[in-house]
Design a protein around this ligand. Sequence first.
Ligand code: GMT
Length: 387
Amino acid sequence: MTRKLKIGITCYPTLGGSGVVATELGKLLAENGHEIHFITHSIPFRLGQFHKNIFFHEVEVNNYYVFRYPPYDLSLASKMAQVAEMQKLDILHVHYAIPHAVCAFLAKQIHGKGLKTVTTLHGTDITVLAQDESLKDLIRLAIHESDAVTAVSQDLIRETRELLDITTPIDLTYNFVDKRVYYPRDTSSRRGDYAAPDEKILMHISNFRPVKRVGDVIDIFRRVSEHVPSKLLLVGEGPELSRIQCQIREMGLENRVHFLGKQEDVAEVISLADLMLLPSEKESFGLVALEAMGCGVPTIGSTAGGIPELVSHGETGFLSPIGDTADMARNAARLLTNPSMYNQFRSACIKRAYGEFCNERITREYEKIYYRVLGMEAELPVPACEG
Ligand code: GMT
């Protein structure tokens, strides 16, 4: 029988898709019998209640008065090395290159006993930060020093190679969806809180940063609502929020848009929607579109980054060039006003989400990478995923 592993995981525990993927992966690996040690500054927000096989090690930052900026990265690297030693970790799996992959490299040096590290690149750690000349060499070093590197789409692999001149292998590990959580839910009793019976619901979920082009979301909605009675639900918070509120007021859409803020139960919220809007400027994968697919909700989005690897144009949604809000609105209205086409898309979404991006298969891909890095033979049949 294949030996179970002791795996340290570091991620941003309180925000973003990379934190969600890292936490959900940790939970799934624990279900498969591995021992998981989260090494982060606070408990990952998706961890939920107590789980067998999961441990949490808090990184405490030294606030000594000489420090203008308390050195979180150094405290993290020390903690990683300490946990690796105390818990006899086999692998340290870090999510997002900066600073986590750099800290893992340092931890490996401190530990000094052949600790293996795996880095998963999630998106802006490459598409934004690797464009910064002051960070580029550091990110390249961290990637070269990882025992394995994974990225969440082919497009992100391509961009990593181009921007950083990386020739070493990078494994593809798509984001995944758990059908026990993301499935079409009956929200008929809650829909009335946001929309009249004849109105459609469009939704956007993000951290409201410029790369998400939330202004385009409002413009798409304005155009759609001229033809289709509808409401827009905005979920999440971030730096663009106040600008967006002004835009909504200027367009006279205040009564048609609801701000839901950050939400814990994303699957329940998504199930309220008829369409998900994702017109991003940069999007290495688009986890929220996959979660929507699992709930049977098609996406109207841009062709940025890895979105076309996830959303099949004309089957599970429609994609347009970045910024072409007129085309996106046309596609949205077309889908919303054609019930038979909409139902076809809905079924295709569920089939594709569960068939291509099922949690069992992607978790297994990560496990294979761990055993490969450790030089261990492992019997790991690929689970059948059914859409
Ligand atoms: O790269 C980021 O913006 C941060 C990251 C996050 O923590 O939310 O998002 C990225 O990682 C997700 C999980 O792998 C992907 O699904 C998102 O597409 C990606 N975001 C971007 O590329 C903008």
